[in-house]
Write a protein that binds this ligand. Structure first.
Ligand SMILES: [Zn+2]
Length: 230
């Protein structure tokens, strides 16, 4: 459903989500797409009014987005917290992180963006599995499994079945930050909440979490700009 005039800074999509409790306007930092969410289509006129009222706010949000870091040859992305140049290599095989470059083989240039994305997911999975294993051993816990996806609202989560789920974007953050999120989710295997007992558990395997938490708060827009195209 899309019946809205475009905003000067980009398109606004209107969707009906019956579970939504109220009309809301949000900007997805990864796709840079603004979405107006309505609990029912009968709120369309109210939704358009909200959009008009919040037009300046939306422009400011759009303009505040950091420059996109698209997956194109020679562009720089964030990798392990450092600006890293993407290098296209004609061929097959695994991506290689060499100093400040990430060499990504692709059989053709058209496939490059997809290959970069897959390479980042694979590298994130390997790094997260390693960190999860270390923290799980320190805390004497056993996770059920580790999955890596493009999550939006959380860097990691822990299901009641003991599955740990992470955002691939953590590979773009410094290693210490990725390790912190792994420790955080492993600690949830014992303590489901965020109370003092949980933070004591985290501290047993990751003693100083404050800098990593601050990094994630401060750098979320940059991490979401990785792979953005517009
Ligand atoms: Zn948590």
């Amino acid at each position: 459903m899309n019946g809205l005039p475009d905003h000067p800074n980009g398109p606004v999509q209107m969707i009906v989500r019956p579970k939504a409790r109220k009309i809301s306007l949000r900007l997805d930092h990864a796709t840079r797409q603004a979405t107006l969410v309505l609990p029912h289509k009968r709120y369309a006129a109210q939704g358009e009014k909200l959009l008009r009222q919040r037009s300046t706010w939306l422009s400011e949000q759009w303009q505040a987005l950091p420059p996109p870091m698209p997956f194109v040859p020679d562009a720089k992305i964030l990798f392990e917290g450092e600006p890293t140049q993407l290098v296209f290599e004609q061929g097959r095989g695994r991506a290689r992180h060499i100093e400040h470059t990430l060499v990504v083989p692709a059989t053709q240039i058209e496939a490059f963006a997809t290959r970069v994305r897959r390479a980042l997911i694979e590298l994130a999975r390997a790094a997260l599995e390693t960190q999860v294993a270390i923290h799980a051993q320190n805390l004497n816990l056993t996770p059920n499994g580790v999955t890596v996806r493009d999550t939006r609202s959380r860097w990691g989560s822990c299901s009641s079945a003991g599955n740990l789920n992470f955002s691939w974007r953590l590979i773009c953050a410094p290693k210490t930050v990725l390790s912190y999120v792994a420790a955080h989710e492993v600690a949830h295997l014992r303590e489901a909440h965020h109370g003092p007992a949980f933070w004591q558990e985290v501290a047993r395997t990751y003693p100083e979490p404050a800098p990593a938490r601050k990094y994630l708060r401060d750098h979320a827009p940059q991490l979401f700009a990785v792979g953005a195209i517009q």
